[in-house]
Design a protein around this ligand. Structure first.
Ligand SMILES: [Mg+2]
Length: 174
């Protein structure tokens, strides 16, 4: 079986949406997702960057993220055809490890905990394919790299891109 590595934030989970929600609660302003297009992470928000960075330290930030559309069904099928690992950075923000673990158990119960790799730098992992929204995670990877579209990565075109989970489905299960 080929090994497929899948990221969480802005791949399985709507991290961008969570920033928009927290920002609205904090400042009473709803920023549109489109306003974030083509800008580095957090750069699309009007100033307040210190506050934005504080959101990831808050309880439930990672635990209550929405699941990205179609990711559950497609992951369930991928899991039968590939050796799937969820590879997620979880060392920088103290709450994120336990919250991500609970989130995966709730939304992806068909995955075994042995398939979860919570790590610091992703250069330590190896596989045939990696799906991630951050170019710097893909840079260090030796297998086939797939950039999962998110507002903050639309300006990059040096990686093969997948726009959504339907496209992942066509590519890997079509
Ligand atoms: Mg990510």
């Amino acid at each position: 079986m080929k090994r497929l590595l899948v990221d969480m934030d802005d791949v399985l989970a709507d991290a961008t949406g969570q920033f928009l929600n927290f920002y609205e609660k904090e400042f009473g302003v709803r920023i549109s997702r489109e306003a974030l297009n083509h800008k580095d992470e957090l750069e699309g928000f009007p100033d307040n960057h210190e506050a934005l960075r504080s959101f990831v330290f808050r309880k439930d930030f990672f635990r209550t993220m929405a699941v990205n559309e179609n990711s559950q069904e497609v992951m369930r099928r991928l899991n039968e055809r590939y050796e799937v690992f969820i590879v997620s950075s979880a060392m920088e923000f103290p709450n994120s490890l336990s919250e991500k673990f609970e989130w995966l158990n709730e939304h992806f119960p068909f995955l075994h905990w042995k398939q979860f790799v919570f790590c610091g730098h992703k250069s330590v992992v190896h596989g045939d394919f990696m799906i991630d929204d951050l170019p710097h995670n893909l840079e260090a990877f030796k297998g086939e790299k797939l950039l999962f579209s998110a507002p903050h990565n639309l300006q990059f075109n040096h990686f093969k891109r997948v726009n959504d989970w339907k496209e992942v489905e066509r590519m890997f299960l079509g």
